[in-house]
Write a protein that binds this ligand. Structure first.
Ligand SMILES: NC(=O)c1ccc[n+]([C@@H]2O[C@H](COP(=O)([O-])OP(=O)(O)OC[C@H]3O[C@@H](n4cnc5c(N)ncnc54)[C@H](O)[C@@H]3O)[C@@H](O)[C@H]2O)c1
Length: 298
């Protein structure tokens, strides 16, 4: 049996990943400081007896203690400062959590002899790329401290592979959406818009609404993580649909009235990632269409 440890496991993507790993028979433990994540996301998993370690990923000693208790074979590192706008206002905290936290997780994984670490990275590492759909070899040119800290976290992953022979893979996710996404934060335009549709509110669009995203459903994303945990592939892979949808197009798909406000610093104008490499390396492909995916959260 594989022992899996999911950092950020009480969050949106992490909690779905925990459910998927349990369903395939892995033994699962969670590390989360429960600031944004909620134990109610893990209600089913808690019934099945998973261990939750309430700890801060930047706390080196706490990480080591948790890892020594769990002794994971595979670590899925999802805990992060995820708010792009907050990263612009407070880049130091963003770097502390996303770079410092990743270094602490990698060091604890190495110390207890974990086989593999899989990182939740982001399309944000590419900034506003020249080529769409963007392949993995495109230049790293983030437009926010969040994108920069994730790019640095990826570099630490690759460093631990070279320095210590630890098997690592970073999954650069496009915009993930689905049930349990927090509509109250800055992130998650789909969660915000579906909430507005439910309540009959107008959708606020920052910028002209022509900015595009590649919306990938959380059920597809967790299949990619689960495959990544078992695969020997190292480096980076995009996890995306390869389809571009404008924010205004998303609002109209949900039948929303819209109101335009000035654009935000650090926001990427167009984003769409090429998923070909993940298909070749992991045998993974996104299956859920946006129309069907939106039905899962309406
Ligand atoms: N949602 C997306 O569209 C998207 C896209 C690309 C990458 N990602 C990445 O995927 C991961 C999960 O994102 P999510 O959308 O599920 O976010 P989320 O906020 O729902 O989950 C993050 C979890 O990490 C925990 N956490 C945060 N800081 C922590 C810390 N310092 N110590 C311990 N736990 C901490 C939170 O309590 C939360 O449970 C993140 O690394 C994020 O950067 C998300």
């Amino acid at each position: 049996m594989t022992r899996a440890l999911v950092t950020g496991g009480a969050g949106f993507i992490g909690s779905h990943l925990v459910d998927a790993l349990l369903a395939r028979g892995d033994e699962v433990a969670v590390v989360d400081h429960l600031s944004r994540g909620h134990t109610h996301n893990l209600a089913g998993a808690i019934e099945r007896g998973i261990a939750i370690h309430k700890a801060e990923v930047t706390d080196v000693e706490a990480m080591l203690a948790a890892f020594q208790e769990v002794r994971p074979d595979v670590v899925y590192h999802l805990a992060a400062q995820i708010d792009v706008r907050r990263s612009v206002g407070d880049p130091s905290t963003d770097a502390h959590v996303n770079i410092g936290g990743t270094a602490a997780v990698l060091e604890a994984a190495r110390e207890v002899g974990a086989r593999r670490v899989v990182l939740a990275s982001t399309a944000g590492v590419y900034g506003d790329p020249g080529v769409l759909p963007t392949p993995e070899h495109a230049p790293i040119a983030p437009l926010s401290p969040y994108g920069a800290s994730k790019a640095a976290a990826e570099t630490y992953m690759q460093l631990f592979t070279r320095l210590h022979g630890l098997s690592t893979l970073a999954l650069r996710m496009a915009n993930v959406y689905g049930p349990r996404q927090d509509p109250h934060g800055e992130a998650g335009v789909v969660a915000i818009f579906t909430g507005a549709a439910r309540d009959g509110r107008t959708a606020i669009i920052y910028g002209d609404g022509a900015q595009t995203r590649d919306y990938v459903h959380v059920s597809d994303v967790v299949r990619a993580f689960a495959a990544a945990g078992r695969s020997p592939v190292t480096g980076v892979l995009n996890v995306s649909t390869g389809h571009e949808t404008s924010v205004a197009g998303l609002a109209s798909l949900l039948g929303l009235e819209t109101e335009l406000r000035p654009g935000r610093a650090g926001e990427i104008l167009r984003s769409c990632l090429d998923p070909t490499a993940a298909a070749q390396a992991l045998g993974w492909k996104a299956k859920m269409s946006l129309a069907d995916g939106l039905e899962t959260i309406r």
